[in-house]
Design a protein around this ligand. Structure first.
Ligand SMILES: Nc1ncnc2c1ncn2[C@@H]1O[C@H](COP(=O)(O)OP(=O)(O)O)[C@@H](O)[C@H]1O
Ligand SMILES: [Mg+2]
Length: 266
């Protein structure tokens, strides 16, 4: 069954666009899945800029009645729907759910990037089957991000997990346990702040393709493997220290998510 997954937070700069793109790229290029990646940041879209797409027809046109098919562009194996930077007509973002539901049968996953704006998030969360919250591990960002969890709970959209991104100084930041206690949501991936992301942005290429052995790429691949029910690759370190696997909370959480995926397929 195809799932629509949204990456959300009520904070800019935490990595929503990056993680939506990298997860889509990993699902396509590491796991051979068919993915539609949609820029549902209606007022300040970024995906087109990340991928250097010249968007003649966009999600905004689809929301105004044009066939979504005309707004799909291929990039790095992913089918991408950019949004318009310059749209002036009124569109109804709540049409998103109906439009995307028609495309579910053509894809293994539909992934939504989103805006940090509270009102703009509502139609995205309404369109999603599940959401992932994206936060960095500090009090300010986590507190703000959890406002998105509130919208999801009001709409009965399941929150599948939190991705902790841009970890800079673990000694001064929340650890996994603290984040789970504060949010009551499982942490699914932990991604460090890495200067290589600047290169990926500059080359308009996902880091998972640019440098597959980078620590960010490896964590995203582990996260994507759990989403699509594939086994997690063991590094030499994990093979040497099996106890570390049990202690790594996010790995245990991913295994639960993987098993839920198997169950949803039977
Ligand atoms: N783990 C990371 N390490 C370093 N830079 C990152 C990381 N994640 C995201 N970035 C950078 O942070 C900036 C904001 O990311 P973006 O995905 O656009 O955030 P959002 O969509 O939440 O506003 C971009 O320049 C991106 O390349
Ligand atoms: Mg963004």
């Amino acid at each position: 069954m195809t799932n629509i997954l949204a990456f959300v937070s009520i904070k800019g700069g935490v990595g929503k666009t990056t993680l939506a793109l990298e997860t889509a790229s990993s699902l396509v290029n590491d796991f051979d899945k068919k993915v539609l990646l949609v820029d549902a940041n209606f007022s300040a879209p970024n995906l087109g800029l990340y991928l250097d797409l010249t968007n003649e027809t966009t999600l905004h046109d689809a929301l105004s009645g044009t066939l979504l098919h005309n707004a799909i562009y291929e990039s790095h194996g992913i089918d991408v729907v950019p949004a318009s930077m310059y749209y002036h007509d009124e569109v109804d973002p709540f049409k998103l759910k109906k439009i995307l539901n028609k495309y579910k049968s053509r894809y293994d996953f539909i992934i939504l990037d989103s805006s940090p704006n509270y009102e703009e998030l509502k139609p995205v969360i309404a369109a999603a089957d599940k959401i992932f919250l994206v936060t960095s591990p500090d009090n300010v960002t986590l507190t703000t991000t959890l406002k998105a969890a509130k919208i999801a709970r009001e709409q009965n959209t399941p929150i599948e997990g939190i991705i902790v991104n841009r970890i800079r100084s673990p000694r001064h930041e929340f650890n996994t346990n603290e984040i789970e206690i504060i949010s009551d949501i499982p942490v699914m991936a932990k991604i460090h702040d890495h200067k290589k992301m600047a290169q990926a942005l500059n080359y308009k290429t996902p880091i998972t393709l640019l440098d597959s052995t980078n620590t960010i790429s490896r964590e995203i691949k582990r996260f994507a493997s759990a989403i699509c029910g594939s086994p997690e690759e063991e590094g030499w370190f994990q093979k040497l220290l099996p106890l570390k696997n049990i202690l790594q909370k996010e790995k245990v959480n991913r295994q639960f998510m993987r098993e839920k995926f198997y169950e949803s397929q039977v």
